[in-house]
Design a binder for this molecule. Sequence first.
Ligand code: SF4
Length: 348
Amino acid sequence: MKQNDLLQARSDDAELSVYELTEFVFCPRAGLCTHEQKEVLPEPETPPNASFLPIHDENELRFTLKATIGQLCNIVLGGGAATIVFAVMAWLSGWISLWCLTLCCFLLTTYAVCDRLYWIALILQNLKIWKMAASQTIDIHSPKIQYVHWCELIRSEFELTEPQGAFHHIPWRLGGKPYRLLEKGALRIPVFRPTQPWKDLYPQHFVRIAAYCRLIEAKEGFQSPCGVIVMPDSFQAIIVPCSAKSREDFKQAVLRSRMAIRDSEERNVFPPEPENKSLCRDCPHGRPQVFRNGKPFIRGDITLAPRVFAGRDGKRYHCLCGDRFHWDPPHDLAESLRPLESEMPRRR
Ligand code: SF4
């Protein structure tokens, strides 16, 4: 109850998403960039593109297999029929252009058929892994971090569901939607899938899990003793306990994020450069992008003057963090571009 009181937001506090919160944990400047640009930047909590193969959901995988077989049949029928029609017309007329059209049609159909066959083979391979997965006894209440096989985790009597919407807690002004939920009795385990290639467990992952668990407990009244991180391109999964330390880190992260946003909005004070500059080396907010007019940092309804530098390839670059905080983040790519000059922006 005491913890709930501390998390209670003021009526003028900003709405936060779990994703923004974890960006604040990673780097307070990244949190502000994400918070202020949330209308512009997509929140990477969902699969990035339509060609994504849903290997983590057996039912969806079967559905995708059916759809892909359907596409293969359409391609074979449509492409085959068009090739035959063009071939007959070419044979009757003797026109070279029609023979060329027939060849193009044949090659395109062959390419599309091979592509669909490749995806079908991939889906069948993943379904085989699902089929061979055995049920495991997994202690969901263990205080230890556990590395498990995703399919075996699902087989241990959990039901995999997709949350209908975000869990939004009005008193905390905080919301977030995990990728999936594992359900068993009164248990609800949030599942989070990173959208970037996985490196290691960092503090932001513990806070993210704790945030989902706390939202589920506070909003839905279920028990949520841990969360699961499932690798984006494999079946490896990590069960991360929602420990007392993670809960405390989550609480502190919410309080610090709100303070950073207030400082920025009310006093135009923003967080200092990170002490650990290696954070910037592959940070997406510090990644230089080719400057195009009309694509600078938009803070609220104010467009900030971009901090542009000329690369050795002659192109002009900027990055969101540089525009926002008026500095040159030591991103790996920026170092390799060897900036020649900086256009000093006018701050507003
Ligand atoms: S570039 Fe560096 S300072 Fe900027 S958001 Fe990323 S980590 Fe933080």
